[in-house]
Design a protein around this ligand. Structure first.
Ligand SMILES: OC[C@@H]1[C@@H](O)[C@H](O)[C@@H](O)c2nc(CNc3ccccc3)cn21
Length: 453
């Protein structure tokens, strides 16, 4: 499985190497210092919603340990750090009042990063909607576009000149498919009618934030999408039709409107009577031009026709010939190359891309052994996906950087702490951090611009 070192994988000068996290997954202290509750505070404290009853109340205690974690980033040779801001820490009710103590946490974090020469990449929204806004309908309320732009303006103005690269929304598809269609994620709704409306408002909010950024902000702004390429299970027409439905529902639902193409035709077939039309002015707002696009990439899928699989009528066929991670995701690096080439084409080759998340969950022990965490599977996954990324650069795709998911083992949403994605291990009993072998490799990759691969 381990590939040999050929030295042929030197990355372009200026390629940005970093790691990524999200507020609710690492910070803990989510209600401290005047913060308001988010939908994940509510969801994680709702019996039956979280594996083992885990919550984000403590998580990685990053709210208190952020200095230690910046030191960790320097030991990893990170050049950048992708993090998200907790909206309800900054605006407890999601609109109106600003909580200065909440804003101060991010102020300290950003200054701490800059002092160490680490570029802050700030995501405005990584799933933790203020509960007070959910009480007003949340993503189902069209007013959320203005609420979100107002929230963005607070950050754009506060961190102007210090944060140069902004992401509006992390993974609209997961927000909507998980939170409104299937209900596995907060706020736990299960409705195709709601999903269409929520998805549209997520996109409108993105557009409104980009417009506001152009008025008050400075730097570059983009959105972060999860794309999981769909390969046909067979050459049967019904399997190709299923593949197209799955591609439309996951990979095009949000990408196409962002590119000014409106919703993909197949969405009518997927959502049926729940599908609805929206005014052109919405689509004009949604397609407000951005400066870059983030790709969160983990795996591919091979769907077959499945009439009973609501609403897409497609079901992935397990590719038993390849390894699968602890989250059940197939390890298939060539699909990362394919996705990057596809996305480059879909965005007209004019939008710089960044791999804003890539990583893998494997079993690691709950504590270090002789001061080490040996994670050979994660080392292999990292090596082979960086090579696949390099192959995409070689095919002419403009990729500006790579953010490993994740800096730390953390709360894997409703799976709790059962899945470890970190290149750094966290002992959740002691909060002790230990850089894993994968993290040590990554530090070497950064130091050698990839030549160690
Ligand atoms: O699951 C690992 C990470 C997660 O911890 C991040 O917060 C999130 O941004 C993230 N997105 C994906 C890829 N998308 C996805 C697809 C199906 C279900 C859940 C996530 C993986 N991950």
């Amino acid at each position: 499985m381990t590939s040999k070192n050929t030295g042929n994988y030197r990355f372009p000068e200026g390629f940005l190497w970093g790691a990524a996290t999200a507020a609710y997954q690492i910070e803990g202290s989510s209600m401290a210092d005047g913060a308001g509750a988010s939908i994940w505070d509510r969801f994680s404290h709702t019996p039956g919603m979280m594996l083992n009853g885990d919550t984000g109340d403590v998580a990685c205690d990053h709210y208190n340990r952020w200095r230690e974690d910046i030191d960790l980033m320097t030991r990893l040779n990170l050049q950048a750090y992708r993090f998200s801001v907790s909206w309800s820490r900054v605006m407890p009710e999601g609109r109106g009042r600003i909580n200065d103590q909440g804003l101060a946490f991010y102020d300290r974090l950003i200054d701490g990063l800059l002092e160490k020469g680490i570029e802050p990449l700030c995501t405005l929204y990584h799933w933790d909607l203020p509960a007070a806004l959910d009480d007003r309908g949340g993503w189902l309320n069209p007013d959320i576009a203005d609420w979100f732009a107002d929230y963005g303006q607070v950050l754009f103005e506060k961190f102007k000149g210090r944060v140069k690269t902004w992401g509006t929304i992390n993974e609209p598809w997961v927000i909507v498919d998980g939170g409104y269609l299937h209900g596995a994620l907060a706020p736990g709704h299960k409705s195709a009618f709601e999903a269409m409306i929520a998805g549209h408002n997520v996109l409108r909010a993105h557009g409104a934030a980009v417009k506001r950024f152009r008025e008050v902000g400075e730097g570059q702004i983009g959105i972060v999408l999860n794309i999981e390429p769909k390969y046909p299970a067979s050459d049967k027409p019904e399997d190709e039709a299923a593949r197209k439905r799955a591609e439309a529902q996951m990979n095009r639902w949000f990408l196409d409107p962002l590119m000014g193409r409106g919703y993909p035709e197949e969405l009518k077939d997927v959502y049926g009577e729940a599908y609805r039309e929206f005014p052109q002015e919405d689509f004009d707002l949604i397609a407000t031009p951005t400066d870059w696009m983030g790709l969160n990439w983990y795996t591919r899928s091979v769907p077959e026709n499945a009439p009973d699989a609501w609403p897409v009528r497609a079901r992935p066929v397990k590719q038993i010939q390849h390894a699968h991670t602890e989250t059940g995701w197939e390890v298939y690096p060539p699909a990362l190359t394919d996705t990057l080439v596809w996305l480059h084409e879909q965005t007209g080759g004019k939008l710089p891309l960044m791999v804003t998340e890539n990583g893998s969950a494997w079993y690691d022990p709950p504590h270090a052994i002789d001061g080490r965490i040996q994670d050979p599977m994660r080392v292999d996954y990292l090596k082979n996906h960086l090579k696949a990324l390099h192959d995409a650069i070689g095919k002419g795709v403009d990729i500006r950087g790579y953010m490993a998911w994740s800096l730390l083992d953390n709360l894997e949403w409703s799976l709790g702490y059962s899945k470890r994605f970190g290149i750094t291990h966290v002992n959740f009993l002691t909060q002790e951090r230990t850089i894993k072998d994968s993290g040590l490799l990554y530090a070497e990759v950064i130091k050698t611009h990839g030549e160690v691969l």
